[in-house]
Design a protein around this ligand. Structure first.
Ligand code: AMP
Ligand code: GLY
Length: 426
């Protein structure tokens, strides 16, 4: 089967690695991919938000399956574009319709969806320029801290947790009056702060049936001990020790099933991944956010734990036959450590040669590329997050040590990574 995977990060390298193992895959194209994905298939220089270019490539190469890694093409309606074109509509497409992708693309849409379907989440109100003064009054009487969220996609920066009223007012004004996040922030969700540990749950759904993939926890802060600014993710662990079977049963009963039934009731076509960001408040799960894709770097631990053939799973998804599938999961712990560029998540430089990638890697470890580029015969850095080293072991401690050993053999100017991934579970 001719398969096209869209995206270029660590998530996509992990997906490409897994897709490439499938008996169905031949060949695999990745657009645009990175130096790592080129070991799993053929990289193609396509702009994945240029729907016509993607469509033309699919026709030219007789693509039979498209798998979408990041949210942007989905939020812009790529699935609908494929459904609307007679020459593309038969292609198996993994990723929700534009309406389904609004679960991630609009925080206000996600909140009203959850309220409508009785899914536990933080209490909220939404405001725009029209009810701005009412919003100011609402903020003044709100308990601290106050969570402000830009409604639309804001590159992971649209959530601000304000510890005092001065900061909350200033941020509210910046978002609505000064368009701090452009159109994405002209509507603001003001939300109650929930205090607890976060866990990411991943669901693959065909719109009727669903499979719950291994859960994961990611580490967003740049420095050890969860200090410093937020990043795209510095590491991840799966399974998550506090996500016990009884906790996961609550998640399934109160959140996952109502979400899938809610999509059906609302007539939303959804064939793809749902990433549910949960917060555990005294043993009770609440939804922080939905994403219409897999997480990064969570994918780098979730996908290696999956033992099923991924293309087979995707075919069952498109045929709405996931009820016939049994998931098989590696019981061991997987962790990933992300190596980043100097000064990330601030502005950083690219193009530094990466040494040590040709070293042999132990059997229980995998090196996924995130921001890398093949330049002549050399792989160079090409992003803030550069590499993700995943390892399996029976314990978090051993798995972290294995990834650290691999990372010690790799070097580029400005390499930095956290050595404490999974620290609270040691
Ligand atoms: P998001 O961009 O929706 O992923 O939110 C970014 C981060 O903000 C989340 O991962 C949480 O750590 C935090 N956050 C979002 N909403 C809340 C909330 N209501 N209470 C506490 N923390 C939150
Ligand atoms: N790791 C969080 C995300 O992918 O959004």
């Amino acid at each position: 089967m001719n398969i096209l995977l869209l995206g270029s990060g660590g998530r996509e390298h992990a997906l490409a690695w897994k897709l490439n193992q499938s008996v169905w895959t031949n060949p695999l194209y990745i657009a645009p991919g990175n130096a790592g994905t080129s070991q799993c298939g053929i990289n193609v220089p396509l702009d994945i938000n240029d729907f016509e270019a993607v469509g033309k490539f699919c026709v030219d190469k007789k693509i039979e399956m498209v798998v979408v890694g990041p949210e942007e093409p989905l939020v812009k309606g790529l699935a609908d574009y494929f459904k609307a074109r007679p020459d593309l509509e038969k292609i198996y497409f993994i990723g929700p319709s534009q309406e389904g992708a609004r679960l991630e693309g609009s925080k206000a849409f996600a909140k009203s969806f959850m309220n409508r379907h009785g899914i536990p989440t933080a209490a909220y109100r939404e405001f725009t320029l029209e009810n701005y003064t009412e919003g100011v009054k609402y903020l003044q009487q709100h308990e601290l801290p106050i969570v402000l969220k830009a409604d639309g996609l804001a590159g992971g920066k649209g959530v601000v947790i304000c510890q005092n009223y001065v900061e909350a007012m200033a941020e509210f004004e910046l978002m609505i009056q000064q368009s701090k996040f452009g159109d994405a922030g002209k509507k603001v969700v003001v939300e109650e702060f929930l205090d607890g540990i976060e866990v990411s749950v991943f669901v693959l759904t065909d719109g009727k049936n669903y499979l719950i993939l291994p859960e994961a926890k990611d580490y967003k802060r740049i420095y050890e001990g969860d200090k410093g600014p937020n990043t795209g993710g510095m590491g991840a662990v799966s399974p998550v020790p506090f996500a016990t079977p009884s906790y996961m049963q609550k998640v399934e009963d109160r959140i996952i099933r109502p979400t899938i039934e809610g999509l059906q009731q609302d007539g939303i076509d959804y064939r793809g991944f749902i990433f549910i960001g949960l917060i555990n408040v005294q043993g009770e799960p609440f939804v922080i956010e939905y994403n219409c894709r897999l997480g990064d770097p969570e994918t780098e631990v979730v996908i290696p734990r999956l033992e099923n053939d991924l293309v087979g799973l995707f075919i069952s998804t498109c045929k709405q036959e996931l009820d016939t599938v049994q998931l098989k999961v590696d019981e061991r712990t997987a962790i990933t450590i992300v190596a980043v560029s100097r000064a990330y998540p601030g502005s950083y430089e690219k193009g530094y040669p990466i040494d040590g990638l040709d070293n042999s890697v132990p059997r229980d470890s995998l090196v996924f590329h995130a921001g890398t580029l093949q330049k002549d015969s050399q792989v160079v850095t090409n992003g803030g997050r550069v590499l993700c080293v995943t390892s399996f072991a029976d314990t978090v401690y051993e798995a972290v040590n294995k990834s650290r050993d691999v990372l010690e053999q790799i070097d580029y100017d400005g390499i930095f990574y956290r050595r404490d991934i999974g620290y609270e579970f040691l």
